[in-house]
Ligand binder design. Sequence first.
Ligand SMILES: C[S@@+](CC[C@H](N)C(=O)[O-])C[C@H]1O[C@@H](n2cnc3c(N)ncnc32)[C@H](O)[C@@H]1O
Length: 238
Amino acid sequence: MKKAVLIVVAALLIPCPSLLFGIQDVFDTWQDKHLLSDGKNTILDVPYVQTESYIVQEMLSLLDLQGSDVLYDLGCGDGRIVIEAVKKKGVRGVGIDIDPRRIAESRANANAARVDDRTLFLQQDLFISDFGDATALTLFLLPELNLRLRPKLFRDLKPGTRIVSHNFNMGDWEPDRTAFAGVWEDGPRYIYFWVLPANISGRWQGSYKNDEWMLTIRQRFRRSMGACSSTDRPSSPF
Ligand SMILES: C[S@@+](CC[C@H](N)C(=O)[O-])C[C@H]1O[C@@H](n2cnc3c(N)ncnc32)[C@H](O)[C@@H]1O
């Protein structure tokens, strides 16, 4: 049965070599986008797709960057977001990408833009890299990768760090702002913006006017709920 299918496919393809080459082209493009050139056939977590320059500007404007900021782009591609931020806003910029080709391109682009003294491009896996000194972060990954990354963002980043994501949100961590970035050939695009909230969850104890009180706070992202009790009064939710 398998042999018969093969014969039929071959009979269809042999008279049409352009179809065969077309398939090879499609495979080469897929391979170029998804595979790391490390000889181990490592599949990228997300293929290389560039953020359009108009959207880069919108992302940077949402971040409202100042000269003292340290901006990281996780999965930096050719370094365009980092380089633009350093050129326009005078920040320090770090790009992280697992693909050595992207890091080589980023370094060459930073050199051509004369910003290599304020940029750093590191070939690393973003899920294990150390970006705790970031004050601003840009992402263009995938929804499931944003969700996988979310616990690390809360663990490693300082409260107040600003984050923008091109087109993909963070599930039930609602953005502080959403900007419409126009309709493109693949449909409407959005940019999501968050400020990392401080972790205030837990039990807090104190005294007020000779009263001892206990405050228990439960937190889910920027929403928090708590109950306050004192030694001689029942607990009250707020
Ligand atoms: C959609 S592109 C975004 C490129 C750039 N940030 C932009 O917006 O133009 C995603 C990038 O993430 C990189 N990447 C994929 N998996 C990664 C991983 N685990 N760690 C670091 N970079 C990764 C890819 O090589 C690719 O360059």
